[in-house]
Design a protein around this ligand. Structure first.
Ligand code: NAD
Length: 249
């Protein structure tokens, strides 16, 4: 009998995270849904259970290191291992740089940047301790490489995630642990509502293949592919999953 993989997915209550939880579970992995939204997080677990899959919800604020460590401990206590860590939870609200409130700036750094760092550190240590050749996948963004108006703090976090991905990949590769970034373009999830309200999304959509929003299921597919043994040559890379957004003029 082959051992089932165990995947921890942060931001699993919504959007890309929820669809990734469903995708990994449909493929036979045991899934740990982590999110600070308890109601919608449990809903993801119920959706998986309704399809006959196996999942656990652990309420987690990724901006608190002790909670991320507890998430990893609970995962291993329940399922005995951790093969995939998908650091995906994130927030983003459009704010011009000179209007940026410092408390909002710090909040976005705490979640989007420190949350990913904590996930890399806690999961990486556990994989090393258990001698598991796992994979850590971090959600970044086309805005980790491209500038756009009104997203100063968000850019800062995604640029940081790109470099944390490369740097962690370098240090974890001796243990057989891969670290990969996935960069979505414009995905139809609640996070883009603020941009929709400001009419920014229509202009962005025009740069995407087919002039449409990417669906979160498409991101889940990309993340699942990156998690596979067949993707073993992909390490330290930030893979664009943006339907051409960052490549088209
Ligand atoms: P979403 O709003 O649907 O999901 C984000 C999830 O993260 C929510 O369930 C939320 O509760 C959770 N979350 C927020 N703060 C948290 C915290 N401190 N601790 C735990 N959970 C927390 O948005 P999404 O589009 O699915 O976003 C997922 C990731 O994709 C984010 O990192 C986002 O920056 C990135 N991204 C999204 C797009 C897009 O167009 N939707 C584009 C590029 C990158």
């Amino acid at each position: 009998m082959t051992t089932k993989r165990v995947a921890v997915i942060t931001g699993g209550a919504s959007g890309i995270g929820r669809q990734s939880c469903l995708k990994f579970a449909r493929k036979g992995d045991q899934v740990v849904v982590a999110d600070f939204d308890g109601v919608r997080g449990q809903e993801t677990v119920d959706l998986i259970a309704a399809e006959g899959g196996e999942a656990l919800f652990v309420q987690t604020d990724v901006s608190k290191f002790e909670q991320v460590e507890a998430l990893i401990e609970e995962t291993v206590n329940r399922f005995g291992r951790i093969d995939v860590m998908f650091n995906n939870a994130g927030i983003g609200t459009p704010t011009p740089v000179l209007d940026q409130k410092l408390e909002d700036y710090h909040r976005i750094i705490d979640i989007n940047q420190h949350g990913v760092a904590y996930g890399i550190i806690a999961a990486g240590k556990k994989m090393r301790e258990l001698n598991i050749k796992g994979v850590i996948i971090n959600t970044t963004s086309v805005f980790g490489v491209l500038a756009s108006p009104g997203t100063f703090a968000y850019h800062a976090t995604k640029g940081a995630v790109n470099m944390m991905t490369k740097s962690a990949a370098l240090e974890l590769s001796p243990y057989g642990i891969r670290v990969v970034g996935v960069a979505p373009g414009v995905v139809d999830t609640p996070i883009i509502q603020g941009y929709k309200d400001k009419g920014i999304i229509d202009a962005m959509k025009a740069k995407v293949m087919g002039n449409k929003l990417t669906q979160p299921e498409q991101l889940a597919d990309a993340v699942y592919l990156l998690s596979l043994e067949e993707a073993s040559a992909i390490n330290g890379s930030v893979v664009m999953a943006d339907e051409g957004y960052a490549s088209f003029k």
